[in-house]
Design a protein around this ligand. Structure first.
Ligand code: G6P
Ligand code: MG
Length: 217
């Protein structure tokens, strides 16, 4: 196992959009009279838009037709975009840019691996599109995490083997996707929730290349 590339999830790792996803889903759930809590929200992290909607509808025991489901998803995305369009570069999570530049200076490649179809817009809003050597997002992959497709695609785009990659993830489904890809995984968040990650830190401000190398031993 080497260390040639780091693949970052976007929402909840590089930028605090996880709260906006939650607020937009909560608004939809309230509209549909579904009791949707922050605990339920953990199941949605890292999960694609339609799969997230399916989880919320299942909580509310509602079975709409496909057209209505498309309308609900579009409504949620509209509310989500209202938040994203007001987002500022200072919403980049602490330590992210510093850690990524430390990696790049050490010759380690960096990629983004996110289920979000809004990835290009978010990168543009934050002015960090050029930071990544490759971007694998919801516009180029079809299988949702915990399927490893997004991370395998990122590794292919970078030209590195999965065993030489480390993934940074805040979602349970994302940690599983990294492990399914045969990659090492650093969990970003709570050790209690991200039990399967090889190593957990509260945020990228607590990460450094030295720690990463030590954790891999
Ligand atoms: C990320 C988030 C999920 C979100 C998914 C799709 O993985 O963690 O909460 O549902 O992206 O995002 P999108 O922007 O395409 O609706
Ligand atoms: Mg995430």
């Amino acid at each position: 196992m080497g260390l040639k590339a780091c693949i970052f999830d976007l929402d909840g790792v590089i930028v605090d959009t996880a709260k906006y996803h939650y607020l937009a889903w909560k608004k939809l759930a309230t509209m549909l009279n579904i009791n949707f809590t922050e605990v339920d929200n953990e199941r949605l992290k890292g999960v694609s838009r339609m799969a997230s909607l399916d989880i919320i509808l299942e909580i509310g025991s509602i079975v709409p037709d496909d057209k209505t489901k498309e309308e609900y998803a579009a409504l949620k995305n509209k509310w989500y975009l209202d938040y994203i369009n007001r987002m500022m570069p200072d919403e980049i999570l602490p330590g992210s840019l510093e850690f990524i530049s430390e990696l790049k200076n050490a010759g380690i490649k960096v990629a983004l691996g996110s289920a979000s179809k809004n990835t290009p817009l978010i990168l543009e809003r934050l002015g960090i599109g050029k930071l990544f050597d490759a971007v694998a997002d919801g516009n180029v992959v079809s299988k949702a995490k915990p399927d490893p497709e997004v991370f395998i695609t990122a590794a292919k785009l970078l030209g590195v083997q999965p065993e030489d990659c480390v993934v940074f993830e805040d979602a349970v489904a994302g940690v599983e996707a990294a492990l399914n890809a045969g990659m090492r995984c650093v969990g970003i968040g709570s050790e209690k929730i991200l039990k399967d990650a090889h190593f957990v830190v509260s945020g990228l401000d607590k990460m450094s290349l030295r720690k990463l190398k030590v954790s891999a031993k």
